[in-house]
Design a protein around this ligand. Structure first.
Ligand SMILES: Cc1ncc(COP(=O)(O)O)c(C=O)c1O
Length: 398
């Protein structure tokens, strides 16, 4: 049986049909099972911060795997302590919780919101509501799903966790209408990713922060996709100069090794008590050692700044292509190396992604008929220029 046949027979069909089987990669290049090479500008959906098979990443993985890969959270180990210290040093005073994915990090935020509400109200079920934004994506577990108001994602899973209401992204007034003192928290992506790469406006984030303060609610940012250097700063919210009370990270933090994290500011860092939350795998020595190596590379090689610079080069090139093909393309938007091109209604992003792959360029479809460009943070100008050529060829052929 081929890999595709085995998938069909043995793997549950919760993902759409796939046509490419990847077998290896190096840097921004991925290779399929037939030896065809692709320029990987999907980056495993914003995960591969250092590209495929990065030397420092590999070394950290091998060294830690040979020493202590897993021990559960019944014991302490230095990689988790060191990673927590490093992240608190970068983000701000507070404490960390580690898990395995973005959706788990958001579950932790949702539980944090509940504990904050309990502490403020002094009794359960009084201050528990969480406000989010329309078109948000926070993950697929039932809590994160309830915070993700998209029919195609929620369909089939009712009844959903209650207590979630949604305002319009970038519209403070629409949130103001939903607010009262029963709100425990607001959760927002500083750049909405899955729904088509829409950056927040600074005045929106500032307005929501003021509303949270007024109603003693936590401001929580989901930096799962836009965080860890991708925006051109370590956190996208740092670009806006708006710090939340807590935030989630995942994707780029492990550079391909699964890890998620929640940062909670000092004031709210002790809401959880022993036994109130936990995970077997979260924050294991292997994941933490690899994440530390990723952070070290980002810092020592100035990769957030590189994401900003390469993002400008990519955006400039994409804008030229949009201008040259206005009948097919609408616009470019995003921050740093989290960019998307929106297609005109007559052209489908999924067809464009397929054609781009035929031409040797991997891109990721997103909502709003968009294609996302999410290459490694250490991408070089030559690869950006190559990607632009391949994308222009793709648009021409559509
Ligand atoms: C903003 C955001 N939050 C949460 C998630 C869920 O992360 P994961 O797929 O690691 O569970 C994603 C994944 O795309 C995301 O983009």
């Amino acid at each position: 049986m081929t890999t595709a046949e085995k998938y069909k027979k043995y793997v549950i069909g919760n993902y759409g049909e796939r046509s490419i089987t990847l077998s290896k990669g190096k840097g921004c290049e991925a290779v399929d099972d037939k030896g065809k090479k692709y320029l990987d500008f999907g980056g495993g959906i914003a995960v591969l911060s250092l590209g495929h098979a990065n030397g420092a990443w590999l070394k950290a993985l091998e060294r830690q795997a040979a020493k202590l890969a897993h021990c559960s959270n019944l014991y302490m180990h230095s990689p988790q302590a060191d990673l927590a210290e490093e992240l608190v040093g970068i983000i701000g005073q507070g404490k960390m919780f580690f898990c395995n994915s973005g959706t788990e990090a958001n579950e932790a935020l949702i539980k944090l919101a509940r504990l904050h509400g309990l502490k403020v109200a002094g009794e359960p079920n009084k201050k528990y509501r969480i406000l989010g934004a329309k078109n948000a994506f926070h993950g697929r577990t039932l809590g994160a799903l309830a915070a993700t108001p998209q029919e195609k994602i929620q369909k089939g899973f009712s009844p959903l966790l209650e207590g979630f209401d949604f305002g319009e992204y970038n519209d403070v007034a629409s949130f103001e209408k939903l607010f009262d003192d029963s709100v425990a928290a607001v959760i927002l992506e500083p750049v909405q990713g899955e729904s088509g790469v829409t950056p927040a406006e600074a005045k929106f984030l500032k307005g929501i922060k003021a509303l949270c303060k007024k109603h003693n609610a936590l401001l929580m940012f989901d930096e799962v996709q836009c965080g860890v250097g991708r925006s051109g700063a370590f956190l996208a919210c740092q670009k806006y100069g708006v710090m939340p009370d807590a935030l989630s990270m995942a994707k780029g933090l492990g550079g391909g090794f699964p890890i998620g994290a929640m940062w909670v500011s000092k004031k709210y860092a002790d809401l959880f008590w022993p036994g109130s939350h936990g995970t077997t795998f979260g924050g294991n020595p292997l994941a933490c050692a690899v994440a530390l190596a990723v952070l070290k590379e980002i810092k020592s090689k100035n990769l957030a700044a590189n994401a900003g610079k390469m993002g400008e080069l990519l955006r400039g090139g994409l804008e030229k292509i949009v201008k040259a093909y206005p009948q097919k393309l609408k616009l470019v938007r995003g921050l740093g190396l989290m960019l998307a091109v929106l297609f005109q209604d007559a052209y489908k992003n999924t067809d464009a992604a397929k054609k781009a792959a035929e031409n040797g360029l991997l891109l990721i479809p997103a909502g709003a008929n968009a294609l996302r460009f999410l290459p490694a943070l250490n991408v070089k100008a030559d690869d950006v220029k190559r990607a632009l050529k391949l994308f222009e060829k793709t648009v021409k052929e559509l």
